[in-house]
Design a protein around this ligand. Sequence first.
Ligand code: FPP
Length: 253
Amino acid sequence: MKKLKQEGKTEHPLLKLIDQKKIPAHVAIIMDGNGRWAKSRGLERIEGHRAGIEGVKAAVEAAQETGVRYLTLYAFSVENWKRPESEVKELFNLLDHYLEKEKNRIEEEQIRFRTIGRLTDLPQKTRKNLEEVQERTINHKGLTLTFALSYGGRAEICDAISKIVDKAKMGEFNSEVTEKTVQKYLYAPDLPDPDLLIRTSGEYRISNFLLWQIAYTEIIILDVLWPDFRQEHFYEALLDYQRRERRYGGVSE
Ligand code: FPP
């Protein structure tokens, strides 16, 4: 809760209930429901995405306040390329805008910004912006904020296998393929597996997100559309997570 104290803000009552000894290191979020949020207001879908930026800011703040070390947000999937060109274009414009607007905060708060996904698919300008912010923040020691862009869990596993096969062809790999080997060739091998995965909009689906990494992740589905997501939803999810017993296939103590 360091951040709140620094800013002199009052603490949300739910924050007091969170056990500081059981904070998940890594929280991943499937940000869903922007389209429905916009439709229910008679707005264009892109307005839902625009409003969704408030959700992103709330998630980042809540992660920092609670001491979560890694936050990974599913911003654009490999399947999202099927959407109308105008929506895709606007989504990347929004991302460019977000990076520009949040530049100072990322610096001041020492956020380490990262991406996972097939970045080569992205518009040149967005890719350049992303690469710049990643390089600039590489030594930052605050929250690691990862955006999944043109990301697919199956694509990531296929990409890892291709890299292993290439190594084998060059004679640089001739041992047994273990879980450790696959992990090494993921997009961000050093990121720990998520402890908690949150999905908004009440849908019970994984949608091809972090398939390898979520083997033992706790999943929480929230009945809120992403543009309405605020810090208290994050706190609620953390409290629910802390009530669970993680056994990793073992038995209770
Ligand atoms: C899913 O809602 C959301 C996305 C595909 C995009 C996520 C984008 C944002 C949160 C805003 C952009 C912000 C940044 C910084 C990238 P959906 O469109 O699938 O909603 P629906 O299921 O209700 O149609």
